[in-house]
Design a binder for this molecule. Structure first.
Ligand SMILES: NC(=O)N[C@@H](CC(=O)O)C(=O)O
Ligand SMILES: [Zn+2]
Ligand SMILES: [Zn+2]
Length: 447
């Protein structure tokens, strides 16, 4: 028999579109070329006793490069990703300079090209949207609602929609935050951050943007009320669709796929009570809420009404975060711990494995238009995560790879992947196994 394939991943329990199967994966030229054998391959990875999942997509990371790269850069951020089973990231535009036009986009692209070890997409901010589209922006956003006036947001959403791009929204209304912050300015306890950015700010922003566009992705929802509003809006949009003269058929015209949303691990696993132990380290936007909110978010993730998990990996150094609660920068790291924490959640029966794969691979690939990614299927990129479901470990910041150098999940149990494979090459095997720049741009234009 000829050696037809470059690599075989054998004897694993493989997550296919038809469920978990004991099946061998045959890889050629970076793609999945066959499922099931027998065939012959130049190299073989024995995945006996392992789960083999599609490589995960983190649709929301802040890699700080170009910009304050002492907090993170493309190499450190992508190494953390690979170690956490993330094979593709989508980077956000609030870098320095902000990614608002072709020049700043290309500057970031060049840095990612030189350093990223995982595949990547780059979002454009609400600047020169047409230019950003041509440069290969995956989506526009996250659009920080609290940074813009209502008419500005209306204009940004209209232009984004006209150009056929997806608008991703950081839904917090600025006027509510301003008012609350003023009223609370004498308080110094960390909880004040959650009070100054109340649930109403999230609800109000979602309410507004969903009246201004009919295709939106809401980032990092934090509250039960926010989720309830998303669900109600989908129902309204569905009713409008049913009475519309032209029946809409394509999946993208369905109200459920026109209004999508994401949740972060921190809004699921942490709540305002955790300020007691971690104080201003837990300052992030949107802020932590009560336990009832987290429970409602878990429920939304389980039912699929929350489409995807995304980390909102927002690294800052602990010494910066320890400042006065009003002055501390907002954001927590999370790209490396997301899949491991959620695999442990599956073990605890908080989430089903099929929903986890849907939320970290299938749906992000669909929502962000990554046709070659998101499934173990012939023809797709051979992006695989190999997991030993029995290997439970405690999270320790000194074993993680982000320059942030701390984690809000210290001591929590998690299941880190054994190996991450991207386009048929082992990228992570308890250590980095490729050189800087292995990752490839997944944008529409410049592949
Ligand atoms: N989530 C955060 O608290 N901070 C993010 C920005 C953002 O996503 O809002 C950051 O870039 O630091
Ligand atoms: Zn945000
Ligand atoms: Zn963000």
């Amino acid at each position: 028999m000829d050696i037809n394939f470059d690599l075989a991943v054998s004897n694993g329990l493989v997550y296919t579109n038809n469920g978990l199967k004991s099946i061998d994966i045959w890889i050629k030229e970076g793609r999945i070329a066959a499922l099931g054998g027998p065939h012959r391959a130049a190299e073989k990875i024995d995945a006996q006793g392992m789960l083999v999942l599609p490589g995960c997509i983190d649709a929301h990371v802040h890699f700080r490069d170009p910009g304050p790269s002492y907090k993170e850069d493309w190499l450190s951020g992508s190494t953390a990703s690979a170690a956490g089973g993330i094979s593709t990231v989508i980077d956000q535009p609030n870098t320095d300079p902000r990614t608002l036009d072709r020049i700043s986009f290309e500057m970031k692209l060049e840095r990612a090209r030189a350093s990223s070890v995982v595949d990547y997409c780059i979002n454009g901010g609400p600047g020169k949207i047409e230019e950003l589209k041509k440069a290969g922006a995956q989506a526009i956003g996250e659009i920080f609602c609290y940074e813009h006036s209502d008419p500005e947001i209306v204009r940004i959403l209209a232009e984004t929609r006209r150009l056929g791009l997806l608008a991703t929204i950081h839904a917090e209304d600025g006027s509510i935050i301003k008012e609350m912050a003023m009223a609370l300015s004498s308080r110094q306890d960390p909880e004040v951050h959650s009070l100054a950015r109340p649930v109403e700010a999230e609800v109000q922003a979602i309410e507004k943007v969903s009246g201004w566009s009919d295709r939106l992705h809401i980032c990092h929802i934090s509250s039960g009320q926010g989720l309830n509003l998303i669900e109600r809006t989908r129902q309204e949009w569905t009713r409008e669709e049913t009475v519309a003269a032209e029946p809409k058929s394509a999946a993208h015209n369905n109200a459920n796929s026109r209004l999508t949303c994401e949740v972060t691990p921190h809004h699921l696993l942490l709540n305002v009570m955790d300020y007691k132990k971690q104080g201003s380290l837990l300052k992030m936007n949107p802020p932590l809420r009560g336990k009832a909110d987290s429970e409602r978010l878990w429920e939304g993730l389980r039912t699929g009404s929350i489409d995807i998990l995304a980390s909102d990996h927002a690294p800052h150094l602990p010494e910066e975060k320890g400042e006065d609660i009003w002055e501390a920068p907002a954001g927590v790291p999370g790209v490396e711990t997301m899949l491991p924490l959620m695999l442990f959640a599956v073990r605890r029966n908080l989430l089903r494995l099929d929903r986890l794969v849907d939320a970290l691979a299938t749906r992000p690939a669909r929502i962000f238009g990554l046709a070659g990614k998101g499934a173990i299927k012939v023809g797709k990129d051979a992006d695989l995560v190999i997991v030993d479901p029995k290997r439970v470990a405690e999270i320790r910041a000194d074993r993680l790879h982000s320059r942030a150098d701390w984690t809000p999940y210290e001591g929590m149990k998690a299941i880190f992947p054994r190996m991450t494979i991207i386009r048929g090459s082992v990228v992570w095997d308890d250590d980095l196994a490729v050189g800087p720049g292995y990752g490839r741009f997944q944008g529409a234009q410049l592949q």
